[in-house]
Design a binder for this molecule. Structure first.
Ligand SMILES: Nc1nc2c(ncn2[C@@H]2O[C@H](COP(=O)(O)OP(=O)(O)OP(=O)(O)O)[C@@H](O)[C@H]2O)c(=O)[nH]1
Ligand SMILES: [Mg+2]
Length: 327
């Protein structure tokens, strides 16, 4: 048995030291990492992956800490991945996260790990996904991913989760900003945290109005009021997460294959973006000229350039095998 294999079998038997070591390998993309990936892939898909995202300081870590306690009451084992896309260092924010998870440091069935940017250019979501996989393979029942902020890379990471909890605070709904649109899109469950502060009910009302306008129809997004510091509402939050996870939607859109697909889509999109920006291709030039001149709209131009079209009926994107021609 190779060194990697022996560590992987220790991982499968739930050994904490193996979990820590193997996460370090995949995180740093060491020479052992590819072997780990293929050794664990058949053990994936058993953990429930729950993402917590939201504005800085909304109380995500405090809420995760309380949610972990709730899961432990149900005798479920838990892995927590705290992602910090902004910091290449294990700095202040991460240290804060560690302290707020302190309730569980002596619990052998809770494993908390921070993942920082650490020079993985554009690869933080891949690293996060791998760390999730390792926790999944180690037999954790639930893996929680906390991402800070609401930027593009944070949203990308948040989307790896099977069930996405968006954490906001009273006042969130007072003004609709563009950056909130993205967060509204990804939410499966809303937590209005710091509900001990004034105006929590008003925020719930505003949010439910916003969500009525959103296109989610197959799943009614629950809005749960929580006070993470006292654990009030956290049992209800856990119930709402369960309901989503068991609705079949999480199964349909989640799991290890869906994570891979999401990451692949992002990378393919980035390639296409670079090609369109830099190519000398005559057809791309023509399409740009037509859009600039107002004779072609962006939606159709994008379809032409990618060779994909959106079926108006089903809203599904398909490769346009038969070009109908004309602009
Ligand atoms: N009043 C009140 N304060 C809370 C509540 N939950 C968290 N806080 C406080 O809000 C502050 C931020 O909490 P964190 O859990 O670190 O928030 P976070 O969203 O993880 O922060 P970042 O990871 O830095 O984005 C801390 O001082 C918490 O004690 C709550 O329910 N009510
Ligand atoms: Mg935090």
């Amino acid at each position: 048995m190779t060194d990697v294999n022996s560590w992987v079998s220790r991982l499968f038997s739930g050994e904490r030291a193996a979990l820590g070591r193997i996460i370090t390998w995949v995180e740093n993309d060491t020479r052992q990492a590819p072997e780990v990936v293929s050794a664990i892939h058949e053990r994936l898909g058993n953990a429930r992956i729950v993402g917590f995202t939201g504005s800085p300081g909304a109380g995500k870590s405090t809420l995760v800490n309380a949610y972990v306690a709730e899961l432990r009451k149900r005798d479920l084992t838990v892995g927590v991945v705290a992602v910090d896309p902004s910091s290449p260092f294990t700095g202040g924010a991460i240290l804060g996260d560690r302290i707020r998870m302190a309730d569980h440091v002596n619990d052998p069935d809770v494993f908390v790990r921070s993942v920082a940017a650490r020079g993985h250019l554009g690869g933080l979501s891949l690293t996060t996904s791998r760390v999730i996989d390792v926790m999944d393979a180690s037999g954790k029942d639930v893996v929680i991913v906390e991402t800070v902020g609401t930027g593009q890379s944070e949203l990308e990471i948040a989307q790896i989760a099977d069930t996405k909890v968006v954490v906001c605070t009273p006042g969130f709904g007072d003004e609709i900003q563009a950056e909130k649109a993205g967060i509204l899109e990804i939410a499966d469950v809303f937590a209005v945290n710091k509900s001990d502060l004034p105006h929590a009910d008003r925020t719930v009302t505003q949010l439910s109005r916003m969500l009525e306008l959103a296109r989610h129809k197959e799943w009614r997004i629950p809005i749960v009021k929580t006070t993470a510091v006292t654990s009030e509402g956290v049992a209800e939050l856990a119930t709402a997460i369960d309901a989503h996870a068991e609705s079949g939607l999480a199964a349909k859109r989640g799991g290890p294959l869906a994570r891979t697909r999401k990451l692949l889509a992002t990378r393919a999109g980035a390639l296409l973006e670079r090609w369109i920006e830099t190519t000398d291709d005559e057809e791309v030039d023509q399409i740009c000229r037509a859009v600039t001149a107002g004779t072609l709209d962006f939606a159709h131009a994008a379809e032409k350039v990618t060779g994909c079209r959106t079926d108006r009926e089903s809203n599904r994107v398909k490769p346009s095998a038969a070009e109908t021609g004309g602009s």
